[in-house]
Design a protein around this ligand. Structure first.
Ligand code: B12
Length: 210
């Protein structure tokens, strides 16, 4: 099956076509991970490149994101469908001021698929909410996402808040999102970083020694 139209439909934000190609590809036996890695994520990267080059503007970003999210609703249960038992609990969230959630949702879905229980706090999550959630869930790991250079400092603030609350040693912290780097993770004292959702699962497994 030629899947180039999947790339094109995310790129132009055609949600209906995106969903129907995904459904058809799955029915023909194409794996959900391949659809994401080879077509859908590259299309979002191209959306970002066009935005940077002033060829796309916010409305185009929004409609491409809507197409991506619609198809992710179909893929998410498949990514999560591993049937394995819980090996740890992870709180995921996009930091304060940041509304980007496609990458965060992918990380959450892959973690569920990798056998973790996921508590998803959504987007625009302030440090207090991460801390409150540790108390409520007794999670092993906090996974923070940021897509804006202006919101990345929220990761540092959250780690500082964990320290002030005296619970920094009770929980591992991992970070990610397009502008985030290993260097930044080291700088703010995070326990791990990865630039993609599959590696995030390996990272969490290492951190809980699973
Ligand atoms: C879609 C999109 C939007 C959508 C978001 C919709 C949604 N529900 O998420 C909308 C239209 C709302 C949007 C808004 C804005 N956006 Co925007 N957006 C994007 C775009 C095109 C794609 C992001 C995306 O979904 N990528 C696909 C996912 C799969 O990739 P990802 O998020 O990087 O995630 C992967 C990894 O990073 C990693 N990962 C992610 N999180 C985590 C967490 C952990 C713990 C780990 C381990 C790994 C990990 O795993 C993921 C899967 O492999 C990017 C460009 C880009 N290429 O990044 C710009 C981009 C992020 N946006 C940008 C900007 C400027 C904005 C706005 C300020 C625009 C405006 N003027 O209003 C607003 C800000 C709104 C806000 N307050 O958050 C800039 C940021 C520039 C900067 N340096 O800060 C970018 C880079 C575009 C650009 N090139 O200029 N945006």
């Amino acid at each position: 099956m030629d899947l180039q139209p999947l790339y094109d439909s995310v790129l132009i934000g055609d949600a209906k076509t995106t969903r129907s190609i995904v459904e058809q590809a799955l029915a023909e036996g194409v794996g959900p991970q391949q659809l994401l890695d080879d077509y859908m994520i590259p299309a979002m990267d191209e959306v970002g490149r066009r935005f940077e080059a002033n060829e796309y503007f916010v409305p185009e970003l929004l409609i491409s994101a809507r197409a991506m999210k619609g198809a992710l609703e179909i893929l998410r249960p498949l990514l999560a469908d591993s049937g394995s038992q819980t090996i740890g609990r992870v709180i995921v969230g996009t930091v304060r001021g940041d509304l980007h959630d496609i990458g965060k949702n992918l990380v959450a879905a892959m973690l569920e698929g990798g056998g973790f229980e996921v508590v998803d706090l959504g987007v625009d999550v302030p440090p207090e909410k991460f801390i409150e959630s540790i108390g409520e869930t007794n999670a092993d790991i906090i996974a923070m996402s940021a897509l804006l250079t202006t919101t990345m400092p929220g990761m540092k603030t959250t780690i500082e808040a964990l320290e002030s609350a005296g619970i920094r040693n009770n929980v591992k912290v991992i970070i990610g999102g397009a502008p985030v780097t290993q260097r930044y993770a080291d700088e703010i004292g995070a326990d791990g970083f990865s630039d993609n959702a599959s590696a995030a699962v390996r990272l969490c497994r290492d951190l809980v020694n699973a």
